[in-house]
Design a protein around this ligand. Sequence first.
Ligand SMILES: [Zn+2]
Length: 55
Amino acid sequence: MTGLTDDIINGFQCSWCEVYFEKEHGYQVVCDHCWQHATNEERKSGVKKAIHAES
Ligand SMILES: [Zn+2]
């Protein structure tokens, strides 16, 4: 267990900084800020960029 919450798994929270979004994505995402600072390796690790705004 890595401590992932249901909100992270459902894409309601950023996987890395845990900021909340206005809507659930339905899959694991990272927020725009985290995505901008992610390495290529991190971007290829399967996580997706959020499309909904942060709340
Ligand atoms: Zn984030």
